[in-house]
Design a protein around this ligand. Structure first.
Ligand SMILES: [Zn+2]
Length: 309
């Protein structure tokens, strides 16, 4: 399974900053050591033209040059730096590359990404550009060169926070279905209506979560017929998360991942996944959730590889 990374560009953050930047490197090291079927590849940065499929040119320029409005930088929550701007581009590039690889191999991943709080004109909540949205628009544009029917894409967003930016970007777009399961009382406090939103109460555990996911996937399958799935495998519904407010166990999260992978596999749909959030009291716990996601995904990659054609 091909996995794309952008973490050679580490963001310089002030001491005590609450974003656990080191989780990407920890994850990459553990994947290299423990999941042998994974091919780690460096992502190319997304170009201005690719970003402009979703984002306003003025915002792209503002991020690139460090001239973006300070109030927007405060909403993003990172201080501006050239490394931040480069990394944000690379992370979008990693999701684009993962989508292309998924069309060939069935399943592929971005080791970062899932920056679903970014809107066309502004970022927020540790998200600069919306990687999934840019990748979708680009895949649709490439698909449009040889087909007149639009490429239909489903986003299955299981980060604990609502994918507000994504929902807004695709609000009037019938070619993209946005599904989000998230904490009702969690950030963002003003949610954007997506195609299917499932609000979960604080403290939701494995059983109730998996039940809600089952229903949501069933409804997605009834209402929409995608040709590509993008999965945001947030680690922040884990019970050890500082920000998540839900109570999923290791087993519950692995069952969640397998349910999504199964859903796509049974329909023969290529699936690209990104990490999205994870803010464990112990950073190792967040990384463990993510390693488990990759280990499960690698077993689906073998199925794709061995399937009769
Ligand atoms: Zn999150």
């Amino acid at each position: 399974m091909r996995v794309f990374y952008a973490d050679q560009f580490v963001l310089p953050l002030p001491p005590g900053h609450r974003f656990p930047m080191e989780k990407y490197r920890l994850l990459r090291d553990r994947l290299a050591a423990e999941v042998p079927d994974i091919q780690l590849m460096r992502a190319e940065p997304a170009t201005d033209g690719e970003l402009a499929l979703v984002h306003r040119p003025g915002y792209i320029q503002g991020i690139s040059e460090g001239t973006v409005d300070p109030s927007i930088m405060r909403e993003i929550g990172f201080p501006w730096s050239q490394a931040m701007a480069d990394r944000a581009r690379r992370s979008v590039g990693a999701t684009i590359a993962a989508c292309r690889a998924a069309f060939q191999d069935g399943i592929a991943a971005n080791i970062a990404g899932g920056t679903h709080h970014a809107y066309a004109e502004k970022g927020g909540g540790f998200c600069v550009f919306n990687d999934a949205a840019v990748a979708i628009r680009l895949m649709q544009a490439e698909h449009g060169r040889h087909s007149r029917r639009p490429l239909k894409v489903a986003i299955v967003d299981l980060d604990v926070h609502q994918g507000n930016g994504t929902a807004r970007i695709f609000r009037d777009d019938t070619s993209v279905f946005t599904l989000s399961l998230h904490g009702a009382k969690n950030f963002p406090f003003r949610k954007e209506p997506g195609d299917l939103d499932v609000d979960l109460p604080d403290g939701t555990g494995d059983e109730a979560y998996l039940h809600a996911l089952e229903h949501a996937l069933e409804e997605l399958g009834q209402r929409f017929d995608p040709a590509l799935v993008i999965y945001l495998a947030g680690a922040d519904p884990h019970e050890g998360d500082r920000l998540g407010r839900l109570k999923l166990t290791w087993d519950g999260l692995e069952a969640r991942d397998r349910r999504v992978f199964d859903w796509a596999w049974q329909r023969g749909l290529p699936l690209a996944f990104a990490m999205a959030g994870g803010y464990g009291h112990r950073i190792e716990d967040t990384v463990q959730v993510q390693v488990n996601t990759f280990a499960a995904a690698a077993s689906y990659a073998r199925r794709w590889h061995n399937r009769p054609r």
